[in-house]
Design a protein around this ligand. Structure first.
Ligand code: GTP
Ligand code: MG
Length: 200
């Protein structure tokens, strides 16, 4: 069964973009959320994980994803691509709107089982990453840290990246909640699939 799922983890359907809580899917399957600051590569992650070119819209302009984007995986769980935290170019009203949507989403009794927190492996976790981590903890969610864009790093930079992560988030020190990932060359794809299997 597990092997089958592993092979089959190709069945992904874009379900809907949720702008208002009343539009959340009625079916309460387990939900795994993808979060991280804007432009870190959340949408690219979905595309690369499922070998799809443009299922999730990606952009070099930060703030592309402005809804809770629901994807249905193998009819078993949802992957929810959240709007990037801290995109600079939007008005305060819009930012407040999204913050409220996210807070309401977390308080609405959804079956959120885990959070993939995507971090740019080239940089020290930013204040926004710290804020996001605190937000997730406040909502009793443990994170899996995805250090993304690792195709841009050499060996010693990877070691440094892990060190900076653990300094910011001591809970990452065990390593079993840390995955280096690249949407360009698919580094880490197997680990992510294994992780998904262990969560479900
Ligand atoms: P928002 O929706 O704005 O929050 O952005 P996002 O987090 O969904 O980022 P998106 O997937 O749109 O990617 C942003 C940019 O980073 C794009 O130019 C991608 O091509 C690039 N990118 C994403 N993942 C990787 C990666 O693993 N390696 C490299 N080199 N570039 C990447
Ligand atoms: Mg996006």
């Amino acid at each position: 069964m597990r092997l089958l799922f592993f092979i089959m983890l190709k069945q992904i359907t874009y379900l809907k973009s949720v702008y208002k809580l009343k539009d959340l899917p009625e079916n309460k399957l387990p939900e795994i959320i993808l979060c991280g600051r804007s432009n870190v590569g959340k949408s690219s992650f979905i595309n690369s994980l499922f070998n799809r070119k443009s299922l999730a819209k990606t952009s070099s302009t930060p703030g592309k994803t402005r809804a809770l984007n629901y994807y249905l995986i193998e009819d078993k769980f949802y992957l929810v691509d959240l709007p990037g935290f801290g995109y600079a170019k939007v008005s305060k009203e819009e930012r407040d709107y999204w913050n409220k949507l996210l807070q309401d989403y977390f308080s609405s009794g959804r079956n959120i089982i885990s959070a993939f927190h995507i971090i740019d492996s080239r940089h020290k976790p930013t204040p926004l990453d710290l804020q996001l981590n605190a937000f997730l903890k406040k909502n009793n969610l443990s994170s899996i840290f995805l250090l993304n864009k690792v195709d841009k790093l050499n060996r010693s930079e990877i070691i440094q990246s892990r060190k900076l992560l653990v300094e910011a988030f001591p809970e990452a020190s065990t390593g079993d909640n840390v995955i280096f990932y690249s949407s360009v060359d698919h580094t880490g794809r197997k680990e992510v699939i294994k992780k998904l299997l262990s969560l479900l």
